[in-house]
Every structure is written in structure tokens, then in C-alpha cells.
Design a protein around this ligand. Sequence first.
Ligand code: T1G
Length: 698
Amino acid sequence: MSEAIEYERIGDIAVLAANNPPVNALGVDVRRGLLAGVERAEAEGAKAVLIYGKGRTYFAGADIREFGKPPQDPWLPELCARIEASPLLVVSSIHGTALGGGLEVALSTHYRIAVPSAKVGLPEVHLGILPGAGGTQRLPRVAGTEAALDMITSGRHVRADEALKLGVIDRVAEGDPREIGLAYVQELLDSGAERRPVSEMPAPAPVDFDAVYEQVLKKGRGQISPATAVRAVQAACEAESFDAGMQRERELFMELMNSDQRKGLIHAFFAERAVGKLPELKGVEPRMLHQIGVIGGGTMGAGIATAALLSGLQVVMLEMSPEAAHAAKERIAGNLGGALKRGKLSQAQFDEIMENELTLATGYGALSNVDLVIEAVFEDMDVKKQVFTQLDAVCKQGAVLASNTSYLDINEIAAVTKRPQDVLGLHFFSPAHVMKLLEVVVADKTAPEVVATGFALGHRLKKVCVRAGVCDGFIGNRILSTYRTCADHMILDGASPYQIDKALTDFGFAMGPFAVADLAGLDIGWAVRKRKRAEGLDPRARDSNYADKLCEAGHFGQKTGKGYYIYEAGKRGGVPNPEVMPLIEAERAEKGITPREFTDEEIVRRYMASMVNEAARVVGEGIARRPLDVDVTLIYGYGFPRYRGGPMKWADLQGLPGLLADIKEWAKEDDYFWQPAPLLEQLVAEGRCFDDLNKEAS
Ligand code: T1G
């Protein structure tokens, strides 16, 4: 018997305990152990089988690491069918998270009990596939078609109490999964309970599947797995038999398994876990964090303070006047009010935080005992230097001094202190209590345990942390600046902001670059362009000024009601601002440019090639440790469609040689902007891809 499944007899009951840490994934050894265990129980004349998971959870799903490799017997659907067909009474006892294939195994058993904290779900659509071991056929039979469609297309985890109401599980009981499982099996045996093969239950009632399909497809914004899963559930209702439904599920599952979206989503799943694993942090202990200081209570500072308070940290909010401190407190209260409304916070917790966890201050002395400080003051190097000079004088030995700057040089900031080893960047994304990305910016002298402390703070704030080196814009903003410039070049050459935005939302971005600019504020881009002009632009750079004219007219986007789009109060989204194209046409004329047509395909190709090329530079220079760090940054901070896996995964799937060939072709028209990144040329020359670098680094 495989040690992945431990076999034990307790009287008439055979107990199969999964022992495959960390999450009892249904790898081939587990599947073989389950099959052998059921067969042994039958051969020995047991009356019932209890299946549960040791450690932290019941089966959390198929082993995702097996995807893309030749499948090994027994396949999960066949194993489920074999368990269900057993003449013995087969019962699951669930704790932790019974997800995907885990819930499908549970549904193939005849009864299901769970502890109150257990959750169940079929999250396969988040991996670009659909439940492929009978979940789309069995779940609707126990929970009904609507509930099954909701669970399968959303992939959400369902708590035990809701699962009980839906009929997904039969009993909820406090206690150890093994003990409550044995008691439940004995109760069933004593009462003469019958086997209950779900596959023999009546076919679920159909709904208007075409309407559901269209609605789910639209919501997927280009991701196809949820809508495809609707068709699998439809087969449960309409196929002439359970087996025919299973056949249809298998066909649709294989279609998705072979898709680029599955490759992209699986890559994203592992990348967001790998990104926090850095060899330089192995064995490095972060410093303790109980109280942090935040300097500057504007949108960013208040957001950072909110995230810290929600994580249980005490916060000292430093502002330069009592009025500003009070305004910061109001912003934080407003942010926490959102958590209150969503039920993430109770009123008592809200009051406790506002009365005891948050301290307002107007003097640096209040920061003398904090473990870490994050400054979120005006984006000006002189101002930052003044702040860090004060912090160096006031903060206790060992306090971590962090800047939230989005592009300024952390080395230069650290140099004004006597403790550069304690200085790093913690670049949050606005709103900081909502956006999950945190760039941990490591300066030349930042000590390893300070880096580890930055990651520990980020994880405590439930952020996805990415290590970044020091350069203008770190990882995300540096790449953004390049692909945004590419968009501006296409505007000058003939495309419109509205065509570009639509082409990129059709590609899967949540918003196009111009709608994003309106959201962030056109004054931010304006300040960057002015700064770069002041620093001295390369004469070969194609500078554009049409957007400056919008700002000079006071149009900063959503915050002024007008930018590339015009925004009406209470309405989502905006309509194109008719003042924009005349400004663009005037600049084209001024520059002697004859506009040309762009296809949506060319817009996406150029935009993505510029993103990948700059990302290759960022990886090549060590600003990002691996290509996957760029993927995670763009997915979590810049609305990159997750089902494409990030720009580097997308590039691998497209083929690097073709991208490099395009870049070289475009370099004939503009050899300043389109300079192939050395790393891209090297990988193409060696016949390698970005994922090879991820594997080498792990
Ligand atoms: N397969 C392989 N490894 C897995 C895994 C899985 N299903 N789930 C987690 N891991 C690894 C993960 O990479 C990490 O590894 C460690 O376990 C801890 O995970 C036929 C085909 C269960 C809620 O989609 O949602 O069944 O980094 O850091 O935050 O229809 O893991 O330590 O080396 O996430 O406590 C369906 C995916 C599969 C569940 C736990 N199942 N997993 O979260 O820990 S498809 C899923 C999760 C399927 C069938 C189809 C979460 C979790 P390492 P973690 P966590």
C-alpha cells in the first residue's frame, strides 16, 4: 500500500487516511493508494470505508504539478467511478479545503461529513480548466443546477454550513476528522443506511444554458474556462446518460487542458507562490514588528496605515499639523468603514482600532519606538531626504526605514542616514489597502534581514511581494513607462486612444492605458514627462506633447471629470472627450506626420513587444530576479490578464524568435525606441525561453 494512503481496520470499517503533505494533492501515489484501499476493504469483507486527510486538509485537488505530463493510471474520473461503484458504504470526512478533484472524490463517496471550518469548492476555472472528474455531473445532482453553475463558474470556496444547506455535504460536526468520520460511519451502519451513488440520482433540471453561457463568457473578459464549464453542466442536464455526460465533460476538459489559458493560469498559480521564495532570504530571520509609523496621511499613507491596522499592527500616523492628522484619521476611518460594510470588520473591532491601535502625531518624537517607518510624503527627493535625516536622528536602533516612493533612488535616500543597511523601498499601489502588489525595493546596502522584514510586513498585510532592484520606476512603473510610450508613438502615427484602449481590453486588460491614465490622474504622467525633459531627453526620443495640452487645460482625468474621456457623476466609465483628437491631429501636423491605419492586432503586437522587451532588460539587469517576478508584478499591479500568465509567459507562448524579428523590423523605422534587449537576443540565439530562466533560478 502506498504510504500516501494509510490503511487501517476499525471493526467493520476500513479507514483510508491520506498522507501527502502539504495539501494531500491527488498525485498518482494517492490515487493508487485509494484504489488499492477500496479493493482491499472489499476483499477483506469490511462493511464500510472511511476516507479522510491527515495534516491540514482533505484532498485539495488533483496534483497541479502533473498537468502537461503524460497522465498515469488510475485517472481520477475512473477512480471516482470505482469508489462510487463499491458495494461497501463509502464515507468522506472533510476538513481544511476539499477542492477540485478533492471535492470530486468526496462526491463519489456515498456520504459526506465535515467539520464547521471546512470549505469545499471546484476552483478549476481559476486554473483555466473545468472539473474533470465528474464534478460538473455530480455537483448539479446533489446541489441543483443553479448552485452548481454558481460554484463551478465562480470557483469560489463554500463554507461547510452553506455546503450543508446545498446538499453538498450531509453532516457538520465539531471534532477530529477521523473521529467524527468513524462515528458517522457507525451511525450509518447501525441505521442500515443504503449506498447513495450520486451518478444514479436523477439528472438535474435544465436552465437557459445559452443565456448563462453568454453572461459567463462576458464576465470572463476573454477567459473561456468558466463559460466552457457551463456547457459541461448542460450535459449533466441534457445528455442521455450519466456516462454520456461524463464523456462530454472529458471532451471539454481536454479542450481546456490543451489551451494557452491553462498554461497561463497554472504559471500564475505557481509564480505567485515562487515570487516570495528568494535564495538570499533562506534562513534569514525578519525583525519583529508590533508598531509601525506612517509619515504622510494622504491617499497612499492612509491606505498603508489602513492595511497595517487591519493586519493587527499598531500605527503611529505622523502628519505636519493637527488638521492634516485629523484629515488622515478621517481617511483611515473611511477605508475601515468599507471593511465594516463588507463584514470584514465588526463595529467593536473598528472602534478598538480607531481608539487604541491608531495614534496620531505631529512630531517625529512619536516615532522613537516604532519597529518600522514608511514615508509616503511628496514625491520629491529633497523632501524625502529631509524626512530620512529626521528619522535617522529619532528612530530606535534596528528600526527599518522605508520609502513608498514609486521611482526615486533608494540608494540616494539611504545615503543621508547613518544606517543605510536599515533602509529599503516599500512601493505600495493605490489604493494601498486594496491593491495586492508590493514592490520590496532593495538598495545596495540594505541588510538581508531588512529585506526579509519587508517581505514579512507585506505577507502580514496580505500582499503579493516582489523583490525589485533600484532604478527609475523599479519593475512595474519602468515597464509601464515603455509600453505607454509605445502607445503614444502609435497615437502620433495614426491610432486613436480609443482604438488602443479597446484593442487592449479585448486582449484582456481590465482597462486600456488611456482609461488607466484618466483613473490615476493625467497630472502624474505630466509630471513624469516634465521630469524626464528636465533630466534631458535623448534627441532620438519621440517626445509627445498632446497630453500636456490636456493637462494645461486642467483636464486630469476622472478627478476633474475630463481627460481622454468625459465622466459623468454616478456613471461608470466615460465617453471619448471630443477635445482630444484635435490636439493629436494638431501635433501630427506640427511634426509633419501623415497618419496611417493601425489594425487592433498590430496595436496589441507592438504594445506587448515593447512591454516584453523592457521586461527583458529589467530581468537582464537584475532589477527583477526572474521573469516570473515581472509576470506577478504586471498581473497584480497593472491589470495584466491573469489567464495569459503575465507578459513573459505570453511571450514564451507566442515564441521569442517572432517577437525579436518584429522588434528588429520596427527598429528600421525607430532604432532608438526599438532596441532589442540583450537578454531577449541571447535567449533567441540559445533557443531558450523566459521560463527556462525561472527554472534555473528556483
Ligand atoms: N497540486 C499541487 N500542489 C499544490 C496544490 C495542488 N492542487 N495546491 C497547493 N499546492 C502546493 C502549493 O504550490 C504550495 O507549494 C503548497 O501546496 C501550499 O499551498 C480533476 C484537475 C489548497 C487553498 O485549484 O487553492 O483538481 O509553494 O501556499 O495558502 O477536476 O493551495 O509550498 O512548494 O497555496 O494554505 C484543483 C489549489 C486542482 C486548489 C491552500 N485544486 N490550491 O492554500 O497554501 S485541479 C485547486 C489552493 C483539479 C480536477 C482538477 C491552495 C490551498 P509550495 P499554498 P495555502
